[in-house]
Design a protein around this ligand. Structure first.
Ligand SMILES: *Cc1c(COP(=O)(O)O)cnc(C)c1O
Length: 242
């Protein structure tokens, strides 16, 4: 866990993220407000979460079920909560009733588990796609995505697919991972028409501190920002989710 800088520091960096985001939306001919900023809360101890509310963050994404519980006990009402980390099936019952959206669903068995654990009205999910094929990444290959959609369609509305999430490989130059984001959008566009009777696949969760501007240019509707808010010298990539 990294200790965040001061509240003023976080505020300044969040403002910068929002400015850069607005620029990326404009450059790509998208409307202002088409992309939300999710703050990755894993870098903050529970007692530090209040600083995020104070600077106007309204959407948090947590990586660990236990941390989610702890942080929500203290600041549950201050944010919309999502889950962005790898989700083990045995933790589904903890996470499912507590978040609006799970970004990281990547197996049929997890879909089935979530169907049994979803609150009244069901749970919304994104399917995590391993676009780059990096071995260290969670997520399914493009050819497995349809199986997940079929599994969700089989839950009778208890698990509702809203789109897709991806993690890009770690690189210095974000232009080198532009293809990853473009590919995820292409996958979504291909599936969107045929699945529209079942699901509104409008969400693309892609882009982190080091590559979010490129992701926005390629159609991200949610960027997941961590390091950028707490590091003095710009983003340092960390993806391990711990
Ligand atoms: C930590 C994390 C982020 C944020 O990454 P940064 O590089 O710190 O901005 C985004 N997505 C996931 C799944 C994460 O675990």
């Amino acid at each position: 866990m990294t200790t965040p800088v001061t509240e003023a520091g976080i505020r300044e960096r969040l403002d910068r993220v929002r400015e850069n985001l607005a620029g990326a939306l404009e450059r790509s001919g998208r409307g202002a407000g088409e992309t939300r900023v999710l703050v990755a809360s894993k870098y903050y101890a529970p007692e530090q979460i209040g600083a995020l509310a104070a600077v106007g963050a309204d959407l948090l994404g947590e990586n660990r079920a236990e941390d989610l519980v702890q942080k929500q006990e203290m600041f549950g009402d201050a944010f919309e909560w999502h889950f962005i980390g790898h989700l083990q099936r045995r933790k589904a019952k903890i996470v499912a009733p507590r978040v609006r959206l799970i970004h990281s669903v990547d197996s049929v068995r997890l879909v089935e588990e979530l169907a049994g654990r979803a609150p009244e009205g069901g749970i919304e999910v994104l399917f995590q796609v391993n676009v780059s094929g990096e071995e260290s990444k969670y997520g399914v290959g493009e050819d497995e995505v349809e199986r997940l959609l079929e599994a969700a369609a089989g839950t009778g509305g208890r698990v509702r697919a809203r789109g897709f999430m991806t993690l890009a490989p770690l690189v210095e130059d974000p232009e080198r991972v532009r293809y990853v984001f473009a590919k995820l959008r292409t996958i979504r566009d291909r599936l969107r028409g045929s699945w529209s009777p079942h699901f509104d696949l409008s969400e693309l969760s892609m882009g982190m501190s080091s590559d979010y501007e490129v992701a926005v240019e390629e159609g991200a509707t949610v960027v997941r920002i961590g390091r950028m808010l707490i590091e003095e010298d710009g983003p340092v990539r960390r993806q391990d989710g711990s």
